[in-house]
Design a protein around this ligand. Structure first.
Ligand SMILES: [Zn+2]
Length: 273
């Protein structure tokens, strides 16, 4: 599943391609026809990301109060994907939920879990249910820690709960807990404040690097099998999808189990209960 770094990359790219332009917007597949009709021809004022959500902010009339702005809210889910490029746009292929046409670029969205239009009140409801996003540097992680420290749920589950922390998916969850030697089963109320501060800062570093590289790499050079300059896909992670393979640090086979419907990867030795 695309994690928060992908939403942030899309937001930055679309701001660069389409910012301050009046866009042609349609829904070739038809599922977003009404929403596209509300936004077609409006000016894209800004694009932001919160966790795995992207928000394209539109204003139809430059003189209208900002309170009338509308947002296109997209959550890619497991299968959603944006494509984009320079005009002319390619011939339509497959089920395109939304197509954006700007002055020099096009973008197409396929297969999102959510694609809807929100007004200011809808946006407020959305942001209120989302936890802090490590990519937003102004946030300290304190609000997230307040929820974690008061919960008996396992930290591995809390990190994936978008109401606690926004943007962390299965990869960042597994990798950050390994990097800090914390068992995913440990209850939130047994995570010390210093441990949380270190986790939060590391999440910010890892996710920022994900935004820059367009892929998640959590391993230190010394822990990789290959010494090549470009990091081989097999060397990207410590534990994610490495079950049965020797831990890069202690050699114990990496464990996997099912937790809350998702695969949970960890090293039982490096991350003792
Ligand atoms: Zn280990």
């Amino acid at each position: 599943m695309p994690e928060g770094h992908i939403a942030e990359r899309v937001a930055r790219e679309h701001k660069r391609y389409f910012g301050r332009q009046r866009l042609r917007i349609d829904s070739p597949q038809g599922k977003f026809e009404h929403g596209a009709g509300l936004l077609d021809g409006a000016c894209l004022v800004n694009v932001t990301a919160i966790g795995k959500h992207t928000l394209h902010r539109f204003r139809r009339d430059e003189n209208a109060p900002a309170a009338r702005d509308l947002w296109m809210h997209v959550h890619l889910g497991l299968y959603g994907k944006w494509a984009s490029g320079d005009l002319p746009a390619p011939a339509l292929r497959g089920m395109v939920r939304v197509r954006l046409l700007g002055e020099q670029h096009w973008a197409e969205l396929r297969g999102p879990t959510t694609c809807e239009v929100l007004n200011g009140a809808g946006l407020k409801r959305l942001t209120e249910r989302l936890g802090e996003d490590p990519l937003h540097t102004k946030l300290s992680g304190a609000a997230a820690y307040a929820k974690i420290a008061n919960s008996g749920r396992p930290i591995g589950e809390l990190l994936m709960d978008q109401a606690v922390v926004s943007g962390v998916g299965n990869v960042y969850r597994a990798e950050v807990l390994f990097r800090h030697g914390i068992a995913p089963h440990r209850p939130g109320n047994r995570i010390a404040a210093e441990e949380w501060t270190a986790l939060w800062m590391d999440l910010e570093t890892l996710m920022r690097s994900g935004v820059r590289l367009g892929r998640i790499i959590t391993t230190a050079a010394a822990d990789r099998d290959s010494r090549s300059r470009t990091v081989h896909p097999a060397d990207q992670y410590y534990v994610y999808r490495r079950h049965g393979l020797p831990c890069r640090v202690c050699g114990t086979p990496v464990s996997v189990e099912l937790a809350a419907g998702r695969r949970l990867y960890y090293c039982a030795v490096c991350q003792p209960a």
